[in-house]
Design a protein around this ligand. Sequence first.
Ligand code: INI
Length: 179
Amino acid sequence: MAVFEGSFDRVNNAKFAIVIGRFNDLVTNKLLDGCQDCLKRHGVDVDPHGSQVDYAWVPGSFEVALVARQLALSGQYDAIICLGAVIRGQTPHFDYVAAEVSKGIAAAGFQTGVPVVFGILTTDSMQQALERAGIKSNLGWNYAMSALEMASLMSQLPKTANALKMSSLMPQLPESADV
Ligand code: INI
């Protein structure tokens, strides 16, 4: 029998996409820095004009999962990293955005079979967010580690015998009526 475990050293052919929310970009830019630093130190070419990492910017965390799912469905990536910062302010918006982005990211991975890393900070204050995005530590680094590990692990797992076609996961629109 086998023990499956991701490694961090065979990254040459791996391809990643990073989806980043612009909302609270003071924080998300720092998460991105940490993420790129980790990937680079593990041998990944993070240049946006290179062949290993694509980047997609979205308005806020609420939009991250939709774009991550679309990228995953392309079949071009070994892992997708989602970065965002949802900060509890004076608005109930926090609960809606935090709930939807966590469900959406989980669904994107589950529906597509591509690892989609949950790199969304949910904090009570900007101070807490900044502490997790560089002041004390940078969780962007950890999210990149998760992506490296999962990309490697998934490549080792047995392929499913009854592979779902990607097209079966796309929303089915009704045929347009003749006019
Ligand atoms: N988006 C975030 O990424 N973080 C937040 O803290 C946030 N809050 O609190 O409002 C936020 N809102 C924007 C949201 O993600 C969508 O972009 C917007 O609602 C348009 O759909």
